[in-house]
Design a protein around this ligand. Sequence first.
Ligand SMILES: [Zn+2]
Length: 263
Amino acid sequence: MALVRSEGVVLKTYPLGDTSRIVVAYTREHGMVRLVAKGARKTPSRFGFALEPLSRSRFGFYLKADRDLQLLSQADTLEPLGSRLADLTRLAYAHAAVELIDRLVWGEEPHEELFELLTATLASVTAAPLEALPAITIAYELQVASLLGYRPQLEACANCGEALSPRRLFSPARGGLLCDRCAGVEPGTVRLSADALAGLSLLLSRPVGKAGEYLDVRRTGEILRVVEAFLTHHFQRFQGLRSLAMLRSLSDLGPGDAPPCPN
Ligand SMILES: [Zn+2]
């Protein structure tokens, strides 16, 4: 059992017994870890903001490979994001970013690019104009899926590799655009507007923080529906982002832009 140090973002916490807390963090060096913070509920001041959801912290813990819970020894706050975000909308988007990692990532395999994407997205959610947050979130969803091995296929038919249909037919189930022949026998294809397809392609390839600058806000709803249908098909644990459900019910994404209810 070795004492290791790792930088991580707190995804969520829950109580353990009367005095302790379990902290679920996504770390740069050790992927997803579940840390037992003994006494954290009795003397919360001991850890400052380091164990608060959304905080980026440096953890020292005793790592035992075949164990589900690791014992936390030390935690220092690097960026207490949750305590700094007063705006409820920004807070909801920041929670959505950590919720996506919690739902889509399995196991302890570290993934440095994914960690960088998460921290870059949290920084963007803090600093970008409010109207850019939906676009940033869609870009983030697409790029997380890509890093986990599910990049939407936009260059050739996702089913057979032939030339694409000029009608821009996207199949969430097949994971991309289709040719006319495959689209003819594939239920559930969605016809994309030229703008939405161009937006989708940019969202996949440009930095998430810039998403608000090139995605036409009127296309956000159309792209979001396609992206969430795609995620729902390929990730069993994805059922939409709960953190954004309340914002959507307040029509924050614009009238008519709410995605279809999951299930
Ligand atoms: Zn095809």
